[in-house]
Design a protein around this ligand. Structure first.
Ligand code: GRF
Length: 207
């Protein structure tokens, strides 16, 4: 499996995945990091680990078709057969979802299907969880479909919400779990243990 990580921001999840690949916890290669944001921290992290990276921003293209064909070309040139979104703030195009069917994952810092969808990103997710008075939150890894934060759920872990939590303290507690759960979920794909039927995922035993 040769993964491209798509990220728009700091890239701590990207780094966790790269580290897992380098130290053998994830039996897949990280072939590429793609960002839509030329000043994203993830690009520095990729460089530090000698991972190929590129900036692909639709605003630099005349139309959607030329943007798509450029991105597809980059992925093909790098031998990519799996995409892991990690804090990527752009909607994935239907053409991409079709080409990489059930091979694009996303991480969300809440227990989907709650607190997800358009507008639920960054601090806003944790603010909403705290405002709703939830006693637990968590992390979800799911397959990507055409709507934000939908698509079959692969794995989830919970974390407690404390009475004195701020969005920042909750985010920090979740981030530690994110760094653990994402490489583990990707390993399920590397081991071909993820079976998708009728919008739900079954993890089959390791052979
Ligand atoms: C994470 O909280 C992730 O769940 C969300 O965006 C954030 C990205 O953080 N989708 P980082 O860039 O990986 O540090």
């Amino acid at each position: 499996m040769r993964i491209a990580i798509f990220a728009s921001g700091s890239g701590s999840n990207a780094e966790a995945i790269i580290r897992a690949s380098k130290d053998g916890r994830l039996s897949a290669e990280i072939g590429l990091v793609v960002s839509n944001n030329a000043s994203a921290g993830v690009l520095q992290r990729a460089k530090a680990f000698n991972v190929n990276s590129c900036v692909s921003d639709q605003r630099n293209f005349d139309n959607e078709e030329s943007y798509n064909s450029s991105l597809f070309g980059i992925l093909d040139d790098n031998g990519i057969d799996f995409i892991a979104l990690a804090g990527y703030l752009k909607l994935i195009k239907p053409e991409m979802i079709k080409k990489y069917k059930n091979k694009i994952t996303n991480i969300h810092p809440a227990l989907l299907p709650s607190f997800g969808g358009k507008g639920f990103y960054g601090k806003k997710v944790h603010q909403a969880v705290l405002e709703a008075g939830c006693k637990v939150s968590g992390v979800t890894i799911h397959l990507v479909s055409e709507a934000y934060d939908r698509g079959p759920i692969i794995s989830q872990l919970t974390v407690p919400v404390f009475e004195d939590d701020s969005p920042e303290s909750l985010a920090a507690r979740l981030l530690k779990v994110e760094h653990q759960i994402y490489p583990e979920a990707l390993q399920l794909f590397a081991d071909d243990r993820v079976k998708v039927t009728n919008n739900s995922v079954r993890i089959i035993d390791k052979v």
